[in-house]
Unconditional design. Structure first.
Length: 597
């Protein structure tokens, strides 16, 4: 019946290390990836979930300049903050690392060389800025002017923060140096380009093969990109980044690989780092080279272009599978993504999240005030899975109280409480009635239905199905009313046994979404040790480098995706509430916080 164990790579997008994460961020890349991974592990598959902080590029350098610290110091600070945010959310990474490791540099350079040797990277003479007074190269971030696309007058040489478009300094209207206000001089300079048009055909075949598998919005967006593939610059006039691994370039302090080029390689470099830390340096190959292995990339929709177009093109080029042919690089051919699972955007109280405008709730603040499972529940049931979605505090409070507390928490509480009071242990079942059997059958069957939805990252359907089992069990208890059957103790025993079995099943069905409260239910019913594993933060180092924090964990725990018979006789104690009921004033308090200057 069950399919053999598969190797599944879960690749949540790399958060950019320029500040703490807010709940809009983590509803896209993080929590869906964790729900998917926890389910796949329970179903018996070999999951590798890897990611890290993305730490290069102009925005980090600009912010560091502003604060008078080094880019590295700024990246160190937010790498740690973000790792702690993700730890608090229970993100079950096998490895959460960072893009400033020596391992990452080496793997990025290997990908570059493979692409270069196969002819998919070529140099191009473009116009670069120099300072007329010193004759030195002016990094992109030090040039400011008017955006040629939207007219914003504070655009930087590499990007307009108003419209989000990537720019070249020479495109700016009225460019000036931010160092001394002079007008930069543009002279011929060389950069490297990725030859994306050489992948139009092979990417088209790849994407058309995903019809009916990927979310329609994602596939439509990716297919549209194919209509206008242009070579894309992969180096910049910037000193903060991965060096270009060619003679004459390696030591050039003023030119580095563009941050997007190194960031997408992170999924692969983190897999290699994980393998080395696991004690088997070749272990990554099972996820990247076995043709049967599957890979799922999770992100917000602003990242589709990098994951559905550019990263597959880079992998195909490294493999020698674009128009120019070629040979696989020295590590061998690498698998392209099985699916790009992109979410839409989450807004908050009708507005775009904005740290500068205080329209924000950071993960840390959220977790200081509310249960992590309440957030995970909200994202699963009401997140931006298929359309832009608004987070409101009143809806958060309503769902917490009506669904988590009143439905699931109440089912656990009243069934365990009654059994604890009457027997002090899980009771034996006597003769079962049709109603008992129907409910047990219902919850057993749900493993197939909920699992099928989770396989396809349909979290909203999946958690709704799981909650339906809970609602049916509550209705069953109300219909059977064991509290009215004092003269029929055998019948009471059978009802409570049935209810506890379904509580145990529902706990398993809800584990991918609610791992913390599922652990509590597991222990209530006599389970020992870890049910679904939790990440831990460790401090590690690599040869010759500084210490840094990683997230990792041991996820080979008890949780299984199946109904397990409960054991009569296991002692039961009066339960404490699973979730905290929130006063409706919480919504007003949070809105008042948003309106503070
Ligand atoms: Zn603009």
């Amino acid at each position: 019946m069950s399919s053999p164990s598969r190797h599944i790579l879960t690749a949540p997008a790399w958060p950019y290390a320029n500040g703490p994460r807010h709940i809009g961020h983590v509803s896209g890349f993080a929590l869906p990836a964790d729900m998917f991974s926890r389910y796949q592990r329970m179903a018996g598959n070999q999951v590798l979930m890897v990611s890290g902080t993305d730490e290069h590029g102009t925005p980090i350098q600009v912010q560091a300049d502003k604060e008078g610290v080094t880019a590295r110091a700024l990246a160190d600070r937010y790498n740690r903050v973000i790792a702690e945010d993700l730890l608090g959310l229970g993100m079950s990474y096998d490895l959460f690392t960072r893009s400033t490791t020596g391992n990452h540099y080496a793997i990025v350079q290997e990908l570059f060389k493979g692409l270069y040797d196969n002819g998919y990277i070529f140099p191009k003479t473009t116009m670069g800025a120099i300072s007329p007074s010193t004759g030195r190269t002016l990094p992109d971030r030090y040039i400011e002017g008017t955006c040629p696309i939207c007219g914003y007058d504070g655009a930087r040489g590499d990007q307009c923060d108003n419209c989000g478009n990537q720019l070249d300094p020479i495109e700016l209207i009225n460019p000036v140096s931010r160092i001394n206000g002079e007008t930069p001089k543009f002279v011929e300079t060389e950069h490297f380009m990725l030859d994306l048009p050489a992948f139009t055909e092979v990417l088209g075949r790849y994407l058309r093969g995903k019809q009916g598998q990927w979310r329609p919005n994602v596939l439509k967006f990716a297919l549209n990109l194919l209509g206008d593939m242009q070579p894309r610059a992969i180096s910049r006039d910037l000193d903060w980044g991965v060096p270009i691994p060619l003679d004459g370039w390696r030591d050039n302090a003023a030119k580095k690989l563009y941050v997007w080029f190194d960031a997408v390689v992170g999924y692969f470099s983190a897999s290699v780092e994980w393998a080395r830390r696991s004690g088997d340096p070749e272990a990554w190959r099972a996820w990247w080279q076995d043709p049967e292995a599957l890979s799922y990339y999770f992100m917000g929709k602003d990242n589709i272009v990098f994951h559905a177009e550019i990263w597959p093109a880079m992998l195909l080029g490294y493999n020698g599978q674009g128009d120019r042919g070629g040979q696989p690089g020295s590590l061998g051919g690498l698998n392209v993504p099985t699916e790009v699972v992109s979410s839409e955007f989450l807004t908050m109280e009708g507005k775009k999240f904005s740290s500068s405008r205080q329209v924000v709730i950071y993960v840390k603040d959220f977790l200081d005030r509310y249960d992590v499972d309440a957030l995970r529940y909200y994202v699963a049931v009401a997140g931006p899975e298929n359309q832009d979605t608004d987070f409101t505090w009143s809806e958060f409070v309503r769902r917490n109280n009506d669904e988590l507390v009143a439905a699931w928490g109440n089912l656990v509480n009243r069934s365990v409480n009654m059994a604890a009071k009457n027997y002090g242990a899980i009771p034996e079942a006597g003769d079962l009635t049709d109603a008992d059997r129907a409910l047990m059958h219902r919850s057993q069957k749900a493993f197939g239905a909920v699992g099928a939805e989770l396989e396809r990252s349909r979290f909203k359907n999946a958690i709704t199905e799981a909650l339906d089992v809970v609602r049916d069990a509550n209705k069953y208890l109300s219909d059977q009313a064991p509290w009215k059957l004092k003269d029929d103790p055998d019948r009471v025993q059978s009802i409570l046994h049935t209810a506890l079995q379904v509580v145990d099943d529902a706990k398993s069905l809800l584990t991918p979404f609610l791992p913390n409260s599922s652990q509590k239910v597991y222990e209530l019913l006599g389970g020992e040790g870890e049910w679904s594993g939790m990440p831990r933060l460790e401090i590690v180092s690599e040869e010759g480098g500084p210490d840094y924090p990683i997230l990792t964990g041991d996820y080979a725990t008890a949780a299984r995706w199946e109904s397990t018979p409960i054991k009569p006789g296991v002692p039961l104690a009066k339960p404490t509430p699973l979730f905290t009921k929130l006063d409706p004033s919480v919504a007003d308090d949070e809105l008042a916080r948003l309106e503070q200057p």
